[in-house]
Design a protein around this ligand. Sequence first.
Ligand SMILES: [Fe+2]
Ligand SMILES: [Fe+2]
Length: 214
Amino acid sequence: MTENGISRRSFIVGAAVTAASVATMGFGLVGCGKKGGGGGTYGNLCTALQTEADDIAKYNVYAEVASAEGYEQVERLCKAVAAAEQVHMGRIFTFASTMNPKCALPEGAAATAGATDANLMAAVVQETEECGVTYPAYIAAANEEGYAEVVSLLDRTRKAEGFHAQLFFDCYNNLQRLDGATYYVCPICGFVSKGELDGACPICDTTFNAFQSF
Ligand SMILES: [Fe+2]
Ligand SMILES: [Fe+2]
């Protein structure tokens, strides 16, 4: 049991149920009724841009909370993942603005936060949903519409979100015994590594020397 009486196991089971519930909604999550992914690839890219902007705002607030609560490593992880989401925004915006020159980068919604323990689990749920539900739907739509380069970009993004979820969960599970690790962000795909990489980025093959440390 945690200090607030909620076991970590029941917490993650609850998160999984939430993700599964969302998954059963299928493409309806992003859909406007169109087969294979809803509002079309441009609309999906706009939604993805807003989600990434919201995540950046949220993780920066989580970083402030973690700092105030003395969780310096969590603060760095939140900043690292926020930087990774910034990479995603930039890549997605390149395609969205090509499809529609009037496309503008969105502002993130004002973020609210709880204690670090709860913030980390909220981040796990968010990143898991993006990896397992929303980006797969966007990828299916882009594939159906023949946007091969968008499929490639979104697939890399989806994989990075999965790693983000793992890192948040790692901190959640080890909050009282954090190991002081440094985090490194791939500037090309937004993959985040805990500690130095032995080789290149596992998602996009970018050399580790180009990564930004947090
Ligand atoms: Fe992410
Ligand atoms: Fe990468």
